[in-house]
Each structure stands twice: as structure tokens, then as C-alpha cells.
Design a protein around this ligand. Structure first.
Ligand SMILES: Nc1nc2c(ncn2[C@@H]2O[C@H](COP(=O)(O)OP(=O)(O)OP(=O)(O)O)[C@@H](O)[C@H]2O)c(=O)[nH]1
Ligand SMILES: [Mg+2]
Length: 545
């Protein structure tokens, strides 16, 4: 029994206790005699009484409130109800002639009850009417729940079992609209931002592309504009209830926030939503982990992940262990936490050691190249700009390229031969992205170190992307943070085949001093080749002619 039982007499307590032994026929919300018993007890005590009833008809919990309200205890999620209706309904008394309150409806949503019902108690202490509501498998007129017409307490016209079964099958039907492969995660993208609607949408588009690159199916998006009103959950109560409804309707198992979450927000949201919760940084780390193939790439990614995780271990937090499936069992004690932290630090130290070895090897290879005397060109740019495609076209090679973000993690070098017979080395590298996590930039310093030894950086821009200006800025910013801001650079606009207005493109190129290409089309490359050769001329030995 839960709630406000202080000050109740022994006989009331005994009668409350006895409610546990009652059963409700599965096809009724509540039976007539149980409704009568609860109403009378509630009337005599002048307190609300509530029942949590399982689909089997057994009573799961008896709750006692004060005369205006009732509190529902924390419910365990152990019934495997994650992402589904809970399999419990709540029927509680209202001592005044009031329909379901706003709080009742929030409880319906937040606790994912099968049904929420208020039993009106009349002046004689008898049951009068039942006000009930249930969650809808799809919003109707912007509403995520449905209020039923008030019913006599044990109305025969409503078959509760049929109602729940048809709700469940409609939920299943709605969910099957989004096709997912076996084991593929379904996610809702969430953004809480103060920026303009266009900026928020663009950022969400990029987040969707990241999710897609990570193999996650995106089921929906929720945006709360304006400043966060609730630091604990980031979202306000209204948005939070919308999120619960949508998560239920779409059957998702993952929430991805476009903003960085602090460890306690991850924890609160994970517990409250009973779903996994990650932020953009973690999603990027996840993609990197999937893509890393070389030893160097793998070391760098693992290091970034551990560095991301370390400060998050400070909170006694099981959300992390649920996400990573390893470090720290549920709610590690202080000692366990210390052990985990030490283990991670040791591991980071070992990775750093290995990375030093890799850097040395790289240095030796570079040495060889430098001794060969070939000038080096490095292609940099926003992820998906077409860097690998350009490298392939320029050198007729087969570096992996693809229409997803961060296709390339491991840099590739190829020899580039100009028509004159002169040669250069051209390298492709990991793509950049706005707000690239600092730990990642740092972890990839070995890879990015290569850029320092280039004679020329080609900054490749996907000019067909409406946000190309921001992408250029993001790249410049990262180059500056790597102390590469002052390197000699050549600006190249790619994917011109996708740009319709040729004239304004020409103007744009002239204004920015950029060279237009279409990396997919070798015919478009001669101007770029000429520019490269000329920019590198000081590095070539005097022509033999
Ligand atoms: N239409 C068009 N598509 C292009 C062009 N260049 C590249 N693409 C496509 O753009 C997508 C990304 O190309 P990638 O070469 O993988 O891009 P990247 O810059 O190496 O990307 P990351 O390695 O992920 O940073 C691929 O689907 C390419 O086929 C182009 O000139 N025109
Ligand atoms: Mg690439």
C-alpha cells in the first residue's frame, strides 16, 4: 500500500489491505462491487483511493491520497514494457464531481498507463460516473490521448480487453510504417535551441544524416525552440509529454539530442523515458568507432571515447554502462568507480604510448616521401564534400567514397602525375564537421599532423549544400585550432553539376578566388590541375627543357 496512510484507523487500513485480494473481470475497467467498495472507503476517509490494475484483473497496488490528489509511486520498468503501454491501468476516486485533471492526464502519458480513470464519488459515498482516458496510437487533432464519454462505473458497453487489444495492434501497425532492419535502432531526434527555425532545421538535417550514417532509422523529430526551461530534462513538461507520446507511437528505443547533454541530464532522461539517450558528440564518436579500420584509426577513436567517458563516470550513473555495455555495473559504489577510473586512465596511457609508436612510423614514412622530394597536397573539407571522390578522379584510384558522413577516417595518399610529367603526392583526410568534439580533434592529431607537412591545402567545399558558408567557416575554425590557419590554401568548389545557376556560380568563384569542379567528372578537372601545378611550381625542380 502506498501514500497518505498516516492517521488512518486500523479498520480502514484493514479494508484497504483487503482490496489487494480483489480481482476485476478482464473485460471491465472495474467491477460494480469493487467500485462501490472503493467509493465508500474513499468517502469515509475523505481521501482519494486508487488502484493499479493489471490486465489479468489482479490488483498491483493500492494507493491513498489526500482529498484532492493522489501520488503514484515509482513504478519499476522490469515488466519488459519498455516502449509500450505499461500493462497497468489506474482507477482512482475523485471526491468532487470533477473530470480527469491535467495531472491525471500527465500521469497517463508519463507512466504509459493502459488507461487512466477517475471514479466520481456522490454525496452518499456511492460511485457515480467513471471518467476515463487512454493514449492514442496516433495524434488526433493534435491530441495524443482520448477522453471517453463519462460512463456508469461498471458499464457493460465498453469491453476493456478489446479496447486495449485494438490499441496495441494499432500501435503495432503505426510502427510498421517505418521499415527497420533486424537489430536496427529507431530514434527520435530532439533539439532544444534558441536559434532561428531555419538554423535549427538545418542542424537537425545534419543530425539526421549522422544518424543515417550510423545505421539508425530516424522515426521523428521534436524541436523545442527557446531557452531550456528545465535544466534537469532540458525540455519543458509539455514537450516532455509530447516526447513520451511520440516515442510510444513510433516504438523508438533511442533519443538523440542535437545539444550536448551533461551526465546528470543523460541520467535523468534515461530513467524518466526508459529509453537510451545520447547526444550528437556520442553519435559522432559512434560513427568513428564503426568506421575506423587502420590500427591508428582504432587507437585514436578508442582514446576519444575513453576521454569522453571519463568525466561522465564522476556521477554514479548507470546510464553510461547501459549505453556502453561494459564499464561500471549498475550504480557502482565509490570504490568501484575509482577502480573504473583508474582502469580507463591506464588504458588511455597505454593508447597514448601506442600512438607515439604510430606517429614515429608515420614520421619515418614522411621522411622517405620528403626525401623523394615530391610536393604534398592535402585535401581538407567538410564531411561529404567529395574529398575522396576528388582524390580518386585526380589519380584514377579507388579510395572508398560514399554518400554518408565520415566515409573516410584513415587518410590515403596517392601519387598525382601532371600532364607535364611532374609529380606530387596528394592526400585525403578525415572530414570536418561543425562543433567537432574536442577530444576527437585531439585524438586525431596524429592523422591531422600530416597536414602540417603539406605544401598546399586544398579546401574542398560542397557548393551545392545550402549551408556551404557555415561549413567553410567550420573548416576554417578547425584549421585555426590546429594552428594551420596560415598554411597556403587553394579554395575549390565541388559538385558544380548540382548547381543550376551557372552564372551566379561563376561570379561566386571569381569573388572568392575559387576553382569550380565536379569531382565525378574528370573533364572538369584541368583548371584545377593547372592551378595546382602553378601553386606548387616553386617546389618542382627546374624543368629539364
Ligand atoms: N553530384 C555530385 N556528387 C558528388 C561529387 N563529388 C562527390 N560526390 C558524391 O558525394 C558523396 C561524398 O563523397 P566522398 O568523396 O565520400 O566525400 P568525402 O569528402 O570524402 O566525405 P568523408 O570522407 O565522409 O568526409 C558521394 O556520394 C559522392 O559520389 C560531384 O562533383 N557531384
Ligand atoms: Mg572521404
Amino acid at each position: 500500500m502506498y501514500g497518505h496512510t498516516a492517521g488512518l484507523g486500523a479498520s480502514h487500513l484493514k479494508r484497504l489491505e483487503r482490496l489487494y485480494r480483489r480481482r476485476v473481470p478482464t473485460e471491465s475497467i472495474i467491477s460494480t462491487d469493487l467500485a462501490r467498495a472503493v467509493a465508500h472507503l474513499s468517502f469515509e476517509m475523505n481521501r482519494q483511493v486508487g488502484l493499479l490494475i493489471m490486465r489479468s484483473g489482479d490488483i498491483d497496488a493500492v494507493l491513498v491520497g489526500d482529498h484532492r490528489s493522489i501520488l503514484i509511486p515509482e513504478l519499476s520498468s522490469s515488466r519488459g514494457s519498455r516502449g509500450r503501454l505499461r500493462g497497468l491501468r489506474c482507477v482512482h476516486t475523485h471526491l468532487r464531481a470533477e473530470p480527469l485533471s491535467q495531472d491525471d492526464l500527465m500521469d497517463l502519458v508519463f507512466l504509459r498507463f493502459d488507461l487512466m480513470a477517475a471514479l466520481e464519488v456522490d454525496e452518499q459515498g456511492g460511485p457515480r460516473r467513471l471518467h476515463a482516458a487512454h493514449i492514442l496510437p496516433e495524434h488526433v487533432d493534435g491530441m495524443g490521448w482520448m477522453l471517453l464519454e463519462p460512463l456508469p462505473p461498471a458499464d457493460g458497453s465498453l469491453n476493456f480487453l478489446h479496447l486495449v487489444q485494438s490499441l496495441e495492434s494499432e500501435f503495432a501497425r503505426q510502427r510498421s510504417v517505418l521499415e527497420v532492419k533486424d537489430g536496427q535502432d529507431r530514434a527520435i531526434l530532439v533539439s532544444v535551441a534558441n536559434a532561428s527555425r531555419a538554423d535549427v532545421e538545418a542542424s537537425m538535417d545534419e543530425l539526421a544524416a549522422l544518424a543515417d550514417s550510423s545505421g539508425i532509422a530516424v522515426a521523428d523529430r521534436i524541436i523545442q525552440r527557446g531557452r531550456s526551461v528545465n535544466p534537469r530534462f532540458l525540455l519543458g513538461r509539455g514537450k516532455l509529454s509530447e516526447l513520451v507520446l511520440r516515442a510510444l507511437q513510433r516504438g523508438v528505443d533511442l533519443l538523440i539530442f542535437d545539444q550536448d547533454l551533461n551526465p546528470s541530464q543523460v541520467r535523468s532522461l534515461t530513467e524518466f523515458m526508459e529509453l537510451r539517450v545520447i547526444d550528437r558528440t556520442q553519435l559522432i564518436l559512434d560513427i568513428f568507432a564503426q568506421r575506423a579500420k587502420s590500427r591508428e584509426g582504432k587507437i585514436q577513436v578508442e582514446m576519444a571515447q575513453l576521454k569522453y567517458m571519463l568525466p561522465r563516470l564522476a556521477v554514479k550513473d548507470d546510464a553510461l554502462s547501459r549505453l556502453t555495455g561494459g564499464i561500471g555495473a549498475r550504480g557502482p559504489g565509490e570504490t568501484k568507480l575509482e577502480v573504473d577510473r583508474r582502469r580507463i586512465r591506464d588504458r588511455i596511457a597505454r593508447l597514448e604510448e601506442q600512438l607515439r609508436g604510430v606517429k614515429k612510423q608515420r614520421g619515418q614514412r614522411r621522411e622517405l616521401r620528403l626525401r623523394a622530394g615530391l610536393p604534398i597536397v592535402s585535401i581538407v573539407g567538410y564531411t561529404n564534400a567529395g574529398k575522396s571522390t576528388l582524390l580518386n578522379s585526380l589519380t584514377r584510384s579507388q579510395v572508398e567514397a560514399g554518400d554518408y558522413l565520415f566515409a573516410t577516417l584513415d587518410p590515403a595518399s596517392r601519387k598525382l602525375r601532371f600532364a607535364s610529367g611532374r609529380e606530387a603526392v596528394i592526400t585525403d583526410t578525415v572530414g570536418f564537421i561543425r562543433d567537432l568534439p574536442g577530444d576527437l580533434v585531439e585524438a586525431f592529431s596524429a592523422t591531422l599532423e600530416e597536414l602540417r607537412h603539406a605544401d598546399l591545402l586544398v579546401h574542398l567545399v560542397d557548393i551545392s549544400n545550402p549551408r556551404y558558408e557555415e561549413q567553410m567557416e567550420a573548416v576554417e575554425k578547425i584549421l585555426e585550432s590546429l594552428d594551420l590557419g596560415l598554411m597556403p590554401k587553394l579554395l575549390v568548389f565541388n559538385k558544380v553539376d548540382l548547381v543550376e545557376d551557372g552564372r551566379s556560380l561563376q561570379n561566386l568563384c571569381r569573388r572568392q578566388g575559387a576553382i569550380p569542379v565536379s569531382a565525378l567528372d574528370r573533364e572538369s578537372l584541368p583548371p584545377l590541375l593547372a592551378a595546382l601545378e602553378s601553386r606548387l611550381s616553386h617546389r618542382f625542380a627546374p624543368s629539364p627543357a
